[in-house]
Design a protein around this ligand. Structure first.
Ligand code: PEP
Length: 242
């Protein structure tokens, strides 16, 4: 049985106070969430400590949104794996398209960050996906397979989550059709040595489409941006109807 993992990516949203207000509304709604669903909240660095303290002993786990590949050093603005695990962080998003687009993230640095995450005991959530131009040119498959190959060179596949996130569907409200998303997730799985790696879909997941997305055989979860910011909305996604 493959794991089911639903993760919220808060991006650069929520102060500590906002995060705690979210949990007040969200945690009670996890009481009926089926046990086999893993729930992760990936907050900005500044809210990790309070999230971690409040979530201790609860169903939800804490994730970060970036990690540096070195353990320490002159890397202003970066954070190491040890700094994250010390706070109770268990997961980290690596290679999100916003980091690739705005912060110069490359397949090489994604690969280094994945290895650093695993070396410090974190489970990385590797994001891959094509642009609209690549999709229109029929290059989705070659692009995504290329990203997977480069990102996973020398990476342990036993402690890994992958998120297929078509860039044209992120934050646009324009969801990828569930059968198209499933086809790419299947393709990703076919490239993996470990067929049990959970593969999420991400891109405008919301209460209105999550049931259909999660019904697809090769989609094992969701990485959710905008719709993870509001407790009721994210709770409905986590408690999707199967
Ligand atoms: C994301 O940030 O990974 C994402 C999928 O965002 P959204 O759900 O808002 O499209």
């Amino acid at each position: 049985m493959r794991r089911i993992v639903i993760a919220g990516n808060w991006k650069m949203h929520k102060t500590q106070a906002d995060s705690l207000a979210f949990l007040n509304g969200f945690l009670p709604q996890l009481e009926t969430t089926p046990e086999q669903r893993e729930v992760i909240l990936c907050s900005p660095f500044t809210a990790l400590t309070s999230l971690s303290k409040t979530l201790h002993g609860s169903r939800a786990m804490v994730g970060a949104q970036n990690i540096h590949w070195e353990t320490s050093g002159a890397y202003t603005g970066e954070v190491s794996g040890e700094m994250l695990t010390e706070l109770g962080v268990r997961y980290v998003i690596v290679g999100h398209s916003e980091r690739r687009q705005y912060f110069g993230e490359t397949d090489k640095t994604v690969n280094l960050r994945l290895k650093a995450a695993q070396a410090s005991g974190l489970t990385p959530i590797l994001c891959v996906g094509e642009t609209k131009e690549q999709r229109d040119a029929g290059e989705t498959e070659t692009h995504v397979v290329g990203q997977i190959e480069k990102a996973l060179a020398g990476v342990d596949q036993s402690k890994l989550i992958i998120a297929y996130e078509p860039i044209w569907a992120i934050g646009t409200g324009d969801t990828c059709a569930s059968d198209e998303a499933n086809r790419v997730c299947w393709l990703i799985r076919s490239q993996l040595a470990n067929k049990d790696v959970p593969i999420q879909y991400g891109g405008s997941v919301k209460p209105g489409n999550v049931d259909e997305i999660m019904a697809q055989p090769d989609i094992d979860g969701a990485l959710v941006g905008g719709a993870s910011l509001e407790a009721e909305t994210f709770a409905r996604i986590v408690n999707y109807v199967s």
